[in-house]
Design a protein around this ligand. Structure first.
Ligand SMILES: C[S@@+](CC[C@H](N)C(=O)[O-])C[C@H]1O[C@@H](n2cnc3c(N)ncnc32)[C@H](O)[C@@H]1O
Length: 347
């Protein structure tokens, strides 16, 4: 489906509200399945156009875009980032699933998913991320990484995927200079959702991971030190997926919300240092695109405020408070949508 007119049905935002209670129960069934899959792992590579190309010589020539990420960031990303919501994602996969991780970064979700399903493609427009993902997977035959823009995935066939994961990507689609331009954000987002609808099989699953404005305010300590000017400027980008417009967009492309989880996971895999220390570390900062959106004065305000706060408050106590916030509000939510087939639409 190409860019369709959005319908104007009344908002169903409550459908997208995260559950108040985050999911904390261990999924033992899932772990058993995962371990079994890790021990066997037979698969048949799916027939696709990409299949004939080698892992290192892809024919996709997406121009290097003006991403918000610095070149130094790819290697740091792996050290510091943890694959958020992985249990909730794995629940949606089957051994015969063909999966696309759209905006895969260095492939941490894709690699875990490839342990339990037939084939995983990861695409990202940042070539450094793709290079890093490829280095980690050069001996795996059922995962492939491609430098491509999720707003135009013409390299893939219609109805090729059972599951598409879009994790923390939709607010990053436009170039840094356009980040406050609501119409460009919406247009890019519509292109991405339209591509997901085209690429999914009927009844396929679209898994969206997004952070609400409330989660950003509550569960991310460092965002509280962004000055008001930055919050005002970035608000429309940060609320993009919470709008009526976004709900209508999903309905227009025949997506029906089938599950919503708010895991208590963290996006970061390190806990031992003080949150103050971490939030001033340039390597850590390089893993979050939001920092690249601050101007020089705003970034100075940020570092000054963190330093001031750290002289007045106890880092250990703050870490505990943050952990509690993360468990009650969540850093992000996992929304699972099912693509209705034509018959569903008529009924
Ligand atoms: C915050 S990271 C999230 C990465 C990963 N999905 C995760 O959850 O950890 C956003 C990623 O989206 C990628 N990205 C942004 N816009 C994109 C686009 N138009 N096409 C493909 N990837 C894009 C960035 O390069 C970056 O790797």
């Amino acid at each position: 489906m190409q860019h369709a007119e959005l319908d104007t049905e009344p908002e169903t935002l409550q459908d997208r509200e995260p559950k108040t209670e985050p999911d904390t129960a261990p999924d033992t069934q899932l772990n058993t399945a995962l371990n079994a899959a890790l021990n066997t792992a037979p698969y048949t590579a799916p027939p696709t156009r990409l299949q004939t190309e080698s892992q290192t010589a892809t024919t996709f020539q997406c121009p290097r875009s003006n991403t918000v990420y610095s070149l130094a960031e790819a290697s740091q990303y792996d050290n510091m980032r943890s694959p958020f919501g992985i249990n909730e994602i794995l629940r949606e996969l089957r051994p015969d699933s063909i999966v696309l991780d759209a905006g895969c970064a260095t492939g941490h979700h894709a690699i875990i998913m490839s342990n339990i399903c037939q084939f995983v493609y990861g695409v990202d427009k940042n070539q450094d991320h793709i290079d890093c993902a490829m280095r980690k997977t050069n001996i795996r035959a059922n995962v492939k990484f491609v430098n491509a823009d999720i707003c135009n995935l013409s390299c893939f066939e219609d109805g090729q995927f059972d599951v598409i994961l879009v994790s923390q990507v939709l607010h990053h689609l436009v170039d840094k200079g356009d980040i406050c331009d609501e119409s460009k954000n919406r247009s890019a987002c519509q292109s991405a959702i339209s591509e997901c609808a085209r690429l999914l099989k009927p009844k396929g699953k679209l898994i969206l991971i997004t952070t609400s404005l409330y989660q950003r305010q509550q569960s991310y300590h460092f965002f509280q030190f962004f000055p008001e000017t930055a919050w005002r400027r970035l608000r429309s980008n940060w609320t993009l997926t919470e709008t009526e417009w976004f709900s209508a967009l999903l309905r227009t492309y025949r997506f029906r919300l089938s599950a919503c989880h708010t895991p208590s996971d963290s996006h970061w895999n390190e806990t031992e240092r003080s949150p103050y220390e971490r939030c001033l570390d340039p390597s850590w900062i390089s893993t979050d695109g939001a920092f690249a959106l601050l101007n020089e004065a705003e970034f100075s305000h940020y570092t000054r405020s963190i330093r001031n706060d750290s002289t007045q408050n106890d880092g250990v106590k703050l870490a505990r408070e943050l952990e509690a916030k993360r468990r009650s509000v969540g850093e992000a939510s996992v929304y699972v949508y099912t693509l209705r087939d034509e018959l569903d639409t008529i009924i």
